[in-house]
Design a protein around this ligand. Sequence first.
Ligand code: EPZ
Length: 430
Amino acid sequence: MEQLVIHGGRPLRGTVEASGAKNAALPLLAASILVDGVVTYHRIPHLRDIATMMSLLVYQGAKVEFDDKNRLHIDGREADQPEAPYDLVKTMRASALVLGPLLARFGKARVSLPGGCAIGARPIDMHLKGLEAMGAAITVEHGYVSASAPYGLIGARIFFDQVTVTGTENLMMAAVLAEGGTVLENASREPEVVNLAESLRALGAKIQGEGTGTITIQGVSSLRGGSVTTIPDRIETATYLAAGLITGGDVMVTGCEPADLESFLTHLVSAGATVEVNGDTIRCFAKRPLRGTDIQTMPHPGFPTDLQAQFMALMTLAEGSCTVRETIFENRFMHVQELVRLGAEIQLAGNTAVVRGVDHLSGAPVMATDLRASAGLVLAGLAAEGETTVSRIYHIDRGYERIEEKLGKLGAVIERRSNGHSMLGGEGLG
Ligand code: EPZ
């Protein structure tokens, strides 16, 4: 088990560059299944989840390789295995993103049901309902979804009862090669969905309306090879800006997309931070402790649920109290008890946390439970006096490229330790 060991209390200062967005890259890679040619990807981040998706595509028979200029080339033409096995899907729920493309390409697919995860049940019922509306026959048994559409998918009008990011992406990809037109209503407006639509259009798809709640897709007979570029990771960007603020420092992120972080940046300004936006760079600092500021997570363009833990960490040291309301996932407060171990004062009531700012945090061993919760714990550890060890950091490696290197460049004293022996208590309980 690896740990991050952090000696906190140092202001972080300097500049880091944003990596490509994990949640844009994953559907983009899955889309290679649809393409009758080679797709060249620019700005793909080196993350565990990306490696998992690449393994899945190789398992299906695609050719996948990075070149010496860090471009990723995928040739899906040889793929002949329309399956996503349990041992790959269990490590990454987003593997379900191959379901739509496999069904569109092969007329059949067998994909392991993604298990739940720490933050919630995370079903894919809306994905399946949409595929059925497009004429697929779906059965779920022995933990697998089996889908078939031997005569191809037919365009349909699909209304999402709840905004779903990967549900929108899966059905957009399924619709690209379907017969006729598809309309996705109450679709996700996330920047990652827009990136996918623009990329598919560059490969020959007919898509309109991305970024609004209504996306229309006109089926085409095939997609041609070409080049696509992943947007910068807005969640990673915001995490590093928060690292500067929580330590009383001054951090600039370059190569990012400020427009994708409107809600987060607006809340930082309400809390008293100075936010300077200049083209593709954002700089944040604060002359005095932040003010407690309420947030409520919402689908884009609202406050991102993937930044809830990081903002909560910031608020543990703010002046006054605030409420953090999580409306997207039913169990996304696993970081709260760990933050309390560092001295934070947080009360939970249903899907709302009340955070009362304290004047300091003190280092302690804490445990990561999911990707973004672990980012929140690292932020708190950077501010806490003394040593904080964050264990189970395989969670964090799923979504943050070389985190200790990037934080170290900003002046953090942080190192990765492998912890061969299992300690009694936390670690030992496995
Ligand atoms: C995507 O997950 C992201 N993952 C998540 O990021 C992100 O937190 C989430 O969107 C919300 O923004 C990727 O893009 C790979 P949803 P997704 O479908 O698509 C319910 C991270 O840290 N729902 O938008 O799985 C669902 O349970 C990850 O990078 C159904 O009930 O989320 C949730 O309550 C974590 N049935 C809500 O909708 C369905 O068929 C939103 O989920 C689909 C979803």
